[in-house]
Design a protein around this ligand. Structure first.
Ligand SMILES: CCCCCC/C=C\CC(=O)SCCNC(=O)CCNC(=O)[C@H](O)C(C)(C)COP(=O)(O)OP(=O)(O)OC[C@H]1O[C@@H](n2cnc3c(N)ncnc32)[C@H](O)[C@@H]1OP(=O)(O)O
Length: 277
């Protein structure tokens, strides 16, 4: 299988097709021979997750349900950042309608990604704070380049990671470690994240990252797909259902929270600090 994949990625026999995407916010390529898809986030400079990027991801995930997709590798075209998390401008002084639409699309995208039956790998080629960490945690396996940061740092911004973000972290690193990390809003270095199991493997560089992602994919493709996906969904269903059964409450909580003057103040200060950097 490994040799076959090397041939395919070296291009001798491979047939890689670009997915016709409605926008260039995501680059999507499917290997017609293996069915493995690479979804590359492409919203420079830092892949901040605004409505349009989330919609492009969601549209792709829906489309993959009808393609012969055997697995998906999620990565980024940015040299330094996997994703900077939610676009702060979506939360800073929005209208209620805009905030509601944005949050609904985030929920939609997460539900599709977290419940994808095929194997999913996050090839984390840069920083991955907050919503970026959520995307990575929603995949089944995480590989990361060295000396970058990952974590749910919301507390540090004066906001709170929603329950489903917290659940994803608990499911990966356990309740005690997650509680400490969430209260402090810890951003872990790649190396620290590997130690606590927030990421599964370290890679030396982008090339090694993609090689390791394909290696994991090869292992998964050797397993009976129905048994594999049944176990995966079994593990994830409580976390999924917790959000699916309370989407409206979750949205209301988000809106009530971000419209508080103190929260808007914190966001304004954080945005200014980012601009001054
Ligand atoms: C009850 C519910 C309450 C709310 C729940 C909210 C849940 C999740 C929250 C989030 O995901 S909030 C987002 C948190 N993200 C961060 O804290 C990361 C902030 N960014 C950074 O730390 C850095 O940008 C980086 C990712 C480490 C990359 O550093 P780099 O030096 O390469 O790039 P910068 O110069 O800092 O940034 C370039 C450019 O992008 C703008 N920007 C960065 N991050 C964001 C963002 N998340 N949203 C919007 N814009 C962002 C940054 O201001 C720069 O802009 P310009 O100065 O070039 O205009």
């Amino acid at each position: 299988m490994f040799v076959l994949r090397q041939c395919l990625t070296l291009g001798t026999k491979s047939s890689v097709r670009n997915f016709a995407a409605a926008t260039n916010l995501v680059n999507v390529k499917i290997n017609e021979d293996t069915g493995v898809v690479i979804m590359e986030l492409n919203k420079p400079p830092v892949n901040s997750l605004n409505y349009e990027l989330l919609e492009a991801m969601h549209r792709t995930l829906v489309k993959l349900e009808n393609e012969r997709c055997s697995g998906m590798i999620l990565t980024s075209s940015s040299p330094n950042t996997f994703s900077a998390g939610l676009d702060l401008l979506e939360m800073y002084k929005p209208t209620v309608d805009k905030a509601r639409k944005f949050w609904g699309m985030l929920q939609n995208t997460w539900i599709k990604l977290y419940s994808a039956p095929y194997p999913t790998v996050a090839a984390i080629n840069g920083h991955s704070p907050a919503g970026g960490c959520l995307l990575a945690m929603s995949c089944e396996y995480r590989i990361m380049v060295p000396k970058k940061k990952i974590g749910l740092n919301e507390t540090q911004l004066g906001i709170v990671a929603p329950q489903w973000f917290q659940d994803c972290m608990k499911n990966i690193i356990g309740s005690r470690q997650a509680e400490k990390a969430l209260i402090a809003g810890t951003l872990f270095s790649s190396e620290e994240a590997a130690k606590i199991g927030l990421i599964d493997e370290l890679a030396t560089d982008k090339e090694d990252l993609m090689k390791k992602a394909h290696d994991f994919m090869d292992e998964q493709l050797g397993l009976p797909p129905l048994a594999r996906s049944t176990v995966k969904i079994g593990f994830r269903k409580d976390t999924l259902n917790r959000l699916i059964n309370s989407r409206e409450v979750d949205t209301k909580y988000f809106i009530d929270f971000i419209f508080q003057p103190k929260v808007q103040e914190s966001l304004e200060m954080y945005l200014q600090a980012l601009k001054k950097k």
